[in-house]
Design a protein around this ligand. Structure first.
Ligand code: PLP
Length: 389
């Protein structure tokens, strides 16, 4: 059978993830040090794993409410109130999802009619453009630049707005650049979104992982913004719980209701075991988050210094666990650079173009990797770079 004609156009047209493709090359190669996949090298803290085990021991193996356990939603509401400075009602403004990934998909499907445009800053997380396309929307990237610390400027955003623009998607701290938008940039973006009556989908999954300031500014907390924001957050990064697959969306009740409709038919609810673990994470996880954050901070400083010293110029990223060195002066495409680094020195890093066209000329190095491996990777990279001069 010719399956090409059987697959929906909006799915067939979407490419496979550039990161996954690259890392299939690395699979099973023990000689390779990977600065690749954006996943904490820590296991979830033991008390969080114990909470999951205890939940199973108690026989909690049922479905939960479609929105998620009320106890968890109450904890989320308190956490978001304290950390993001926005108040959401646990009754109808919080939806527990299968990772932030599901929340992105639900939000886009709930908001977009075919052909609606979604504007987002690039380089960006690999799922944004495909998720928009699969929700029948049109992806409109706006390039951000090293000279602006990869923040999004309202003027650049305004240039691409049309009467079809419905959603602005933000991600600060950013994967892959580690960028944090200064409050003034967020205020200008907020004013523009109010002026043009746009919904803002703000993916703040790395919000705890900021190294130069303890204050996280969410665009949803700015005056007049809560009513037009969908705030996404989850447990994968700061709590090192990627495999639990748990995230959440906070938004005004009518938007949560629309997202919940899709979630209830496609997913029903997030797994109860993961929800039990998440309650423990929010009740007692802060010290572990702090410890992991301190370790990432140390690694960030080490990596930025080593890369700059060897001539791989990079800005100091304020958050997440990525650095994004500029490789343009070597005259190689980011793919060729990454492939040669892998072949010649057995170090895997992701070519910047995996994060959109404006990532070309850069490399993403993830420092959620132990210090010994990081040191060895930097030594190998230094040898590689010395062969390029
Ligand atoms: N958003 C961003 C910016 C990410 O970097 C990731 C994962 O790397 C996700 C969302 C997906 O997170 P989750 O594990 O919660 O689905």
């Amino acid at each position: 059978m010719d399956y090409t004609s059987k697959i929906a156009r909006q799915v067939a047209s979407v490419p496979r993830s550039g990161i996954r493709d690259f890392f299939e090359l690395v699979q099973g190669r023990e000689d390779v040090i990977s600065l690749g996949v954006g996943e904490p090298d820590f296991s979830a803290p033991w008390h969080i794993r114990e909470a999951a085990i205890y939940s199973l021991e108690k026989g909690q193996t049922s479905y939960t409410s479609n929105l998620g356990l009320l106890q968890l939603r109450k904890h989320i509401s308190t956490y978001v109130g304290e950390f993001f400075n926005v108040d959401y009602s646990p009754a109808d403004e919080v939806l527990v999802t299968v990772g932030v990934s599901e929340a992105i998909d639900l939000a886009l499907r709930a908001l977009l009619n075919p052909g609606d445009e979604v504007v987002y800053h690039e380089p960006c997380y690999v799922s944004y453009s495909p998720s928009i396309a699969m929700a029948h929307g049109k992806a409109v990237p706006v390039a951000t630049h090293k000279s602006d610390g990869f923040s999004l400027k309202a003027s650049a955003l305004e240039n691409v707005l049309t009467d079809k623009t419905r959603v602005v998607m933000l991600n600060f701290p950013t994967n892959p650049t580690g960028a944090i938008a200064p409050k003034e940039d967020l205020e200008e973006i907020a004013a523009l979104c109010i002026k043009h009556d746009l919904i803002v989908l703000t993916d703040e999954i790395y919000s705890e992982l900021q190294y130069d300031s303890d204050e996280h500014v969410s665009i949803a907390s700015l005056p007049g913004m809560k009513e037009r924001c969908i705030l996404l957050h989850g447990f994968s990064k700061a709590f090192a719980m990627t495999g639990f697959r748990l995230g959440y969306a906070c938004a005004p009740a009518p938007i949560i209701e629309a997202m919940m409709k899709i979630h209830q038919y496609s997913m029903l609810c997030a797994p109860i075991t993961s929800q039990a673990a998440a309650i423990e994470a929010l009740e007692n996880g802060a010290p572990a988050v702090q410890r992991m954050k301190e370790s990432y901070h140390q690694r960030r400083d080490y990596l930025v210094k080593r890369l700059n010293d060897m001539g791989l110029e990079c800005h100091t990223p304020g958050g997440a666990f990525y650095v994004f060195p500029d490789i343009r002066k070597f005259g190689l495409s980011s793919k060729d650079f990454a492939m040669r680094l892998l072949e010649e020195q057995n170090v895997a890093a992701v070519p910047g173009d995996a994060f959109g066209q404006s990532g070309e000329g850069f490399l993403r190095c993830c420092y959620a990797t132990g210090m010994d491996d990081l040191k060895e990777a930097m030594d190998r990279m230094e040898i590689f770079v010395s062969t390029l001069h």
